[in-house]
Design a protein around this ligand. Structure first.
Ligand SMILES: Cc1ncc(COP(=O)(O)O)c(C=O)c1O
Length: 426
């Protein structure tokens, strides 16, 4: 990761004017319960969409829509140009060497399944080891668990400590007794905000000749992620978490790897020549994009990336989130009976504050906060094994983004004081 500024102890002024930015988001203007501005603190699940993204979708359907790559008429050419233009924007975002390395998928989940089913089935077998972490979202756990079971490979885990922070002190033991082929890790945990030290994990994987896949669902929207600087092989992220539409995501892979991988899904778009008894494959990246893509959504993802740039870019967003997370963390620690999980204050963390409040269930917290138009998530956050490891069933989770203000976090803590009052907590 190229942006490693640590959180500051109080919310200093940040280069982003979140108040002004939030005005770009129609849905944030009025909460359904109080009529006040919505304090939306669930962007880790899915980010809200600025007017620029909504307008892009409308524009495509009103004046730039047709199926892509096939038509000879002007509208088809416009839609194709706009979609391929979005691919170039993603290439720039990730500093990938070529648009051939950018494969559009439905999201992070599908991108990881693509690698598991294509590269994994072709390259893994008995005696091979895949290493992941105890932090993973089910999306970067279950595909590997199922694949390893099917091909006879072994899945091993980088452990977390009791706060949910990765312990990378024993990496070498994880490669013993087999061939380490893949290290597949979350960049920033959606559950706890813990950040994987890629500067340790990637060189270790490479020293064994293993490939590295990074689940960037919670990092690409929030910090500068340069795939070449990181020295990784695959990266997955979802458009909807970076203020783009749902239904579109990205797999980035090194070109020589993608070129050698077999297609995973078959049908239109991904072929070059088809006969009744055989077929050959299209060039990258279309070899991995079977069927009609999410045309308007992909174009709108490009609009979301333009929007990110227009408000100051990912480094500025990251600095703002550090300030907001640090401010929120400090406030939460002042609430009696509240435990914040994940990295300690002052340590690097993604824009996520996961907590429990003694004497209440996270679902009750989220439901009561909703009455005040403060939206947080409650549950296992698609990390059931991690919750079990930490000895809990669920947490409440507040997550921040470019449009998060101090007032949103003040309202969260005021709401928690109210929860304590209603539950008559000591
Ligand atoms: C860390 C992480 N990985 C993967 C995913 C799955 O993303 P999607 O549901 O968009 O495929 C998420 C979504 O919350 C996530 O936070």
């Amino acid at each position: 990761m190229t942006d490693s500024a640590l959180p500051t102890p109080t919310a200093a002024a940040t280069p982003l004017d979140a108040e002004r930015i939030s005005a770009d988001f129609p849905i944030l203007q009025v909460g359904p319960n109080t009529g006040k501005r919505l304090a939306f603190l669930d962007s880790a699940a899915s980010a809200m969409k600025p007017r620029a993204v909504i307008d892009s979708i409308v524009r495509t359907y009103e004046s730039g829509y047709a199926n892509v790559h096939r038509g000879v008429y002007a509208l088809a050419a416009t839609a194709t140009d706009n979609m391929e233009g979005a691919r170039e924007k993603v290439r720039t975002l990730l500093n990938a060497s070529s648009p051939r390395e950018i494969v559009f998928t439905r999201g992070t989940t599908e991108a990881i399944n693509l690698v598991a089913n294509s590269w994994g089935r072709a390259n893994l077998g008995p005696g091979d080891i895949v290493v992941t972490t105890e932090l993973e979202h089910h999306s970067n756990l279950v595909p590997w668990q199922q694949l390893c079971r099917a091909v006879g490979a072994e899945l091993r885990f980088i452990p977390v400590d009791d706060d949910g922070v990765l312990d990378v002190s024993g990496l070498e033991a994880l490669a013993a007794g087999g061939t380490l082929k893949l290290v597949t890790v979350v960049h920033a945990s959606n559950s706890l905000g813990s950040v994987t030290p890629l500067d340790v994990v990637v060189p270790w994987a490479k020293s064994h000749g293993a490939l590295v896949l990074v689940d960037g669902a919670q990092s690409v929207p929030h910090r500068v992620v340069d795939v070449q600087a990181l020295g990784i092989d695959f990266l997955a992220f979802s458009g909807h978490k970076v203020m783009g539409p749902s239904g579109v995501g990205v797999l980035w892979g090194r070109e020589e790897l993608l070129a050698a991988m077999p297609p995973w899904q078959f049908g239109g778009e991904m072929i070059r020549r088809v006969q009744y008894d055989e077929a050959t494959w299209n060039d990258l990246p279309w070899k991995f994009e079977a069927g009609t893509p999410a045309i308007a959504e992909i174009i709108a993802l490009g609009a979301a990336l333009d929007y990110v740039e227009s408000i100051g870019g990912l480094a500025a967003i990251n600095a703002h989130e550090h300030a907001m997370t640090s401010y929120g963390h400090e406030l939460l620690l002042g609430v009696p009976g509240l435990r914040v999980l994940g990295p300690a204050q002052g340590e690097e963390r993604g824009g996520v504050l996961s907590f429990t409040l003694e004497g209440t269930h996270p679902h009750d917290i989220a439901t009561m906060l909703d009455q005040l138009d403060v939206n947080v998530r409650a549950g296992h956050h698609c990390t059931q094994p991690l919750m079990k490891r930490l000895g809990i069933n669920a947490t409440a989770r507040a997550s921040v983004y470019a449009y998060t203000t101090r007032e949103d976090l003040d309202r969260l803590v005021d709401g928690l004081v109210e929860v304590r009052r209603v539950f008559r907590l000591p």
